[in-house]
Design a protein around this ligand. Structure first.
Ligand code: DI6
Ligand code: FE
Length: 401
């Protein structure tokens, strides 16, 4: 006898093995046992099956729980003041030169206690969870010294231990050059490679960097990735967001999980990603907030069959986003993804971008029972509403939360 049977529902399994748009099974049922999905099928095929609890969902749609595979959720303060300054004419560069920008968030984050970091991030995490997120990647990168980066990663760990959500921590040590290392780039890189990365290796599952004119050069990223490889950590990269430094191809050399942003990526970069089996993580919130006009090369990604994930990039500077469903809408409207591609991007491909494709991301027998239940008429409604408030119910590891 199973633990739970969810019945009288339609299921957007997002499982490519189910030959229908969204991998849909209409008038279906989902059986759950010991926190995992054990069977998914047509209701008629599962009639008469026994379960401790049988719940009729009254025709609701079931999807995989949403996976937000790229966030900078832990930080202190916000940059609403800079937002106002920019709308009054100040440039991002001028604000940065005056000590604002990433540096202001680094300053606030360094002076926050562990408890303060956890409390402010928890409020944002709960908002994303209400929107349907059941797995979230969270990067460090606003500490930029060993103690502060560790405090951030420990905050990430504490959030995962205290909220019903899967949390995947990433070390983003090469996010910005900390002000005290101005004109001493090599020394900062050495600190990261020799000290920060080895200490963080027990807390982070991957290493990330910001490869950009205003961030770090491909050579600096290569040194970090060499060290990550030695430490046995996977890598991923903020690549081709504002310019093309061939970051996607560099990441591919290291068998990266993903390259993220990609507005300026070219076909060679996309081909390299395809050969390496990487995921392209698209971040429409940052594109929107920066009023960018150059879109990621969606046609090339389709042509070379590079899986596309979609994420919030939740951060205080360029993507203060607390709604995963808004990203579904923006992925369609701004980047011209189909609703099916967008939903796959926040489920199946988001899971792949975290290396968790065997565990989560589709409604399939054998996977963890992470589900969202939506009162909608068809899956496209999740993308059609401009920021649907969230699912009616959210289930993580077989438990309602
Ligand atoms: N790319 C971005 O757009 C953000 N970080 C990154 O690597 C900017 C983060 C910030 O301004 O705080
Ligand atoms: Fe980011």
């Amino acid at each position: 006898m199973w633990d739970r049977l969810l019945t009288d529902c339609n299921i957007a399994t997002m499982d490519p093995a189910v030959p229908a748009p969204f991998g849909a099974i209409e008038d279906g049922a989902v059986a759950i046992q010991d926190s995992r999905i054990v069977r998914v099928g047509r209701r008629v095929e599962m009639a008469g099956m026994q379960a401790q609890s049988i719940e009729s969902l009254g025709g609701a749609w079931v999807t995989p729980g949403l996976v937000d595979c790229h966030t900078h959720l832990v930080f202190e303060g916000n940059r609403a003041g800079e937002f106002e300054q920019r709308l009054n004419g100040a440039s991002y560069e001028a604000i940065a030169r005056a000590g604002g920008g990433i540096a202001s968030t680094v300053k606030a984050t360094r002076s926050a206690s562990a408890g303060e970091l956890i409390a402010s991030a928890r409020a944002r995490l709960q908002a994303l969870m209400r929107g349907g997120v059941t797995t979230i990647e969270i990067k460090s990168g606003y500490g930029l010294d060993t103690a502060s980066e560790l405090r951030m990663l420990n905050a990430v760990k504490a959030l995962g231990a205290s909220e019903p959500v899967r949390v995947v921590p990433t070390l983003l040590a090469l996010h910005a050059l900390p002000p005290e290392y101005k004109d001493r780039r090599d020394e900062y890189l050495r600190l990261v490679v020799d000290e920060m990365l080895p200490v963080a290796a027990g807390l982070a599952q991957a290493v990330d960097a910001f490869c950009e004119g205003i961030g770090f050069t491909p050579e600096e990223v290569r040194a970090l990735f060499d060290a990550a490889e030695r430490a046995g950590l996977r890598v991923k990269l903020h690549a081709e967001q504002l310019s093309n430094l061939n970051g996607a191809a560099l990441a591919a050399e290291f068998g990266a999980l993903s390259a993220d942003h990609l507005e300026h990526a070219d076909e060679a970069g996309v081909e390299a990603m395809a050969r390496a089996g990487m995921v392209a993580v698209l971040l429409p919130g940052a594109f929107y907030a920066l009023s960018e006009t150059r879109k990621p090369p969606v046609e090339l990604l389709r042509k070379h069959r590079v899986p596309m994930a979609v994420a919030t990039d939740c951060n205080p500077g360029t993507s203060p986003v607390l709604s995963p469903t808004l990203m579904l809408s923006m992925a369609c409207t701004l980047f011209r993804l189909t609703p099916e591609e967008a939903l796959a991007g926040m489920t199946r491909e988001g899971a792949r971008a975290l290396g968790l494709q065997d565990e989560i991301g589709t409604v399939s027998a054998g996977k963890a029972a992470d589900l969202c239940i939506w009162r909608v008429s068809r899956p496209a409604e999740l993308c059609y509403w401009i920021g649907l408030p969230g699912p009616e119910r959210r289930i993580v590891a077989g438990v309602d939360s």
